[in-house]
Design a protein around this ligand. Structure first.
Ligand SMILES: Cc1ncc(COP(=O)(O)O)c(C=O)c1O
Length: 395
């Protein structure tokens, strides 16, 4: 073995171990637009994997907006925002998002992930404390680590445990509570109203990451703050433009001073180039579509209801789902993988999720409903789940 191969041999050993444990990610290649149906390995499959809640990823108006913007402004932003990368569409998008979300101000980032990496370390640091829901997303966990603040986990969606943890933590400078809005593996909603009461009672900043609530919850898809009527009270609302908005990007909405501070101290804003022009223009068109009508959101919820109720009637366990994310709880990872494989053979693309993304023994198929699906697509999916469920002895 050469010297350089020797130095990296551990990596292949780790990959082999992942494969042996059934934890190696096999990534499918989609050879079509991201839509209700996708082409994989030359076959057309019914797609229940994408976070494309409103079907905007391949919407004709979004495609046209991106093309028009390229003709006017080109493609690349050329630099980080503070140096030369802020263009008219970036500013327009932030103004329109703030207006849509009924927030004082908005700042956009390259993704929801970088929005969290920018925001958390800008708000807290060494000597400070973060209270974080135990099921928060990886980007929140990484943002907490980067901040070097002490992170105290509280039990999932449990304001009573949150209070217990707050009262047990006496050494601190600044304090921040962080929760996902909609939890991406279970589809349940954070009790933001109760968390807000705790935050106000103890004088602690509250941040919600509403990646799966943007375009889904609230009036016209305005998100979890709107869902609970907490405008002007929640300090920091992080969101993504990569899911319901159908494009790519992240955002933070809140008070003007927070957005101004993030423009000075959000490291991915300061040290990584801006969103591309077509992405930005496509996001703007998504805001237009959301502001014009609730048709897509209504269809999303109607599809989700049809699927969830259909699955429950068939005898499947759909966990704690309250949103278009519907987990089909199966228990052990090998069963979930076999189930997903059989669905794939039968023409339905729905991924198995196992440890470490979810706890041991809680493996599932995660079904992402979309407005792009027709009712007949949902009925096809239900028939296929029934067939595979009976075959594998789940129902
Ligand atoms: C709660 C949460 N935050 C952030 C992200 C990351 O968003 P993006 O894909 O825009 O980076 C996700 C996506 O999985 C998420 O579920």
């Amino acid at each position: 073995m050469s010297e350089s191969n020797h130095r990296t041999a551990w990596i292949q050993a780790e990959i082999n171990a992942l494969q042996a444990a059934g934890l190696y990610n096999v990534i499918r290649t989609i050879d079509s637009p991201m839509d209700a149906w996708v082409k994989i390995d030359g076959r057309s499959l019914l797609n229940f994997c994408a976070n494309n809640y409103l079907g905007l990823a391949n919407h004709p108006r979004i495609r046209a907006a991106a093309k028009r913007a390229i003709d006017t402004y080109g493609v690349g932003p050329g630099a980080v925002r503070t140096i030369a990368g802020t263009m008219t569409p970036h500013i327009e998008l932030e103004q329109r998002l703030a207006e849509f979300k009924q927030a004082e101000a908005c700042i956009t980032f390259q993704s929801g992930f970088t929005a969290n990496l920018a925001t958390i370390p800008a708000l807290v640091g060494k000597g400070d404390v973060i209270f974080s829901d135990e099921l928060n997303h990886a980007s929140i966990i990484d943002g907490c680590r980067l901040s070097r603040a002490q992170t105290v986990r509280y039990a999932h969606n449990d304001p009573i445990d949150l209070v217990r943890q707050i009262e047990a933590t006496t050494e601190y400078n600044r304090r921040l509570i962080i929760t996902d809005g909609v939890f991406s593996m279970d589809g349940d909603i954070a009790p933001l109203d109760k968390l807000m009461e705790v935050a106000e009672q103890y004088g602690i900043m509250l941040m919600v990451d509403d990646a799966h609530g943007e375009g889904v919850l609230g009036r016209g898809g305005r998100g979890i703050v709107d869902h609970f009527g907490l405008h002007g009270r929640v300090d920091i609302e992080v969101g993504t433009l990569s899911k319901a908005f159908g494009v790519m990007g992240g955002m933070v909405c809140g008070k003007q001073e927070i957005v101004t501070w993030l423009r000075q101290r959000g490291r991915p804003f300061l040290f990584s180039s801006a969103l591309t022009v077509p992405d930005t223009a496509a996001c703007l068109e998504a805001v237009n579509i959301l502001q014009e009508s609730t048709e897509l959101i209504d269809r999303l919820w109607s599809n989700a209801r049809l699927f969830r109720e259909g699955m429950q009637q068939l005898g499947f366990n759909t966990g704690f789902s309250q949103t278009p994310i519907v987990p089909v709880m199966l228990g052990e990872a090998p069963l979930a993988q076999a189930f997903s494989r059989r669905l794939f053979e039968e023409g339905v693309f729905a991924m198995a999720i196992g440890y470490p993304t979810v706890p041991q023994g809680k493996a599932r198929i995660r079904v992402m409903n979309s407005a792009a699906h027709s009712h007949s697509d949902i009925e096809t999916a239900l028939d296929t789940f029934e067939k595979v469920g009976r075959e594998l002895g789940v129902i």
